[in-house]
Design a protein around this ligand. Structure first.
Ligand code: HEM
Length: 240
């Protein structure tokens, strides 16, 4: 994952690219993606009989718990490294305006890879908001039911244990289905670079997140202009 070389201010311009994800946000996402993948791969042998031989020596259970610690650490680390980003992610994911509702009605067109003429969107489009909100809710379901199965299994009745396992498995299934959609849109909209470098082409952002670009431009326009100094000669002919 490459480092950004300029001040990490959201929306800052670098050669026609706008900063969308700061370094901390990208590392947090890497932790989410890697811990989730390990949780899924080590969880399957625990519930799927034909793969149970993979869990026979007990290692998959241990690796599952290590990955669970990584996954559970995400909200705390996010708050620690980028409190503002974490707050925005939660607030944006659960706030929908008229344009978001109109966008969802045109979702079919977006699904097929065409964002042209869609209702204008903020930093997150309505589909991303639904995805992220569902990840937060189902992630909480997986974590709390997982903690019950890990810590309190010995004190629970069979019925209570079955309920905890049901919540755990259904939440995980939901997250896996969301991940399939998440990767589909990542490929269709060639978005992987946004998570790798943090930057998105301004032209793409104008098409897919017009309200966010306008908001960032307005913020930049409000920034106090630094008067030129002797070390900083004015640009002009012969003074590029
Ligand atoms: C494993 C492969 C994954 C890939 C390739 C991937 C790719 C991406 C990309 C490209 C973005 C930026 C989208 C944009 O703004 O245009 C993103 C954001 C995001 N992804 Fe993933 N992702 C993966 C796994 C996951 C998993 C497993 C989860 C949750 C369980 C997840 C949750 C999120 C969230 C919440 C964001 C928004 C991040 C923020 O605003 O801080 N991703 N992902």
């Amino acid at each position: 994952m490459s480092e950004t070389s300029v001040a990490e201010v959201e929306g800052v311009d670098r050669e026609g690219q706008l900063l969308r994800y700061r370094t901390g946000q990208r590392y947090i996402h890497l932790l989410v993606a890697s811990s989730f993948t390990v949780l899924f791969l080590t969880g399957l042998p625990l519930i799927f009989e034909p793969l149970s031989f993979l869990a026979a020596n007990g290692w998959s259970r241990i690796i599952h718990r290590v990955a669970a610690v990584g996954f559970m650490a995400v909200p705390f680390l996010y708050l620690l490294v980028d409190r503002q980003g974490a707050k925005e992610l939660i607030v944006d994911s659960f706030s929908y305006d008229k344009d978001d509702r109109r966008w969802l009605l045109h979702m079919g067109q977006y699904f097929l890879g065409n964002a042209e003429g869609m209702p204008p969107q903020g930093r997150l489009n309505a589909g991303q908001k639904l995805h992220h909100a569902s990840v937060i809710i189902l992630g909480a379901g997986v974590v709390f039911s997982g903690l019950v199965l890990w810590i309190w299994a010995g004190q629970l009745t069979d019925v209570q244990l079955s309920w905890a396992a049901l919540v755990h498995n259904v939440s995980m299934l939901g997250l896996v289905l969301l991940l399939i959609g998440h990767i589909y849109f990542t490929v269709v909209y060639k978005a992987i670079n946004a998570m790798h470098t943090g930057y998105v082409p301004r032209t793409d952002a104008e098409l897919e997140h017009a309200k966010w670009v306008a908001e960032m431009d307005a913020l930049k326009a409000r920034e106090p202009q630094v008067p030129p100094t002797e070390q900083d000669p004015p640009s002009g002919p012969g003074n590029p």
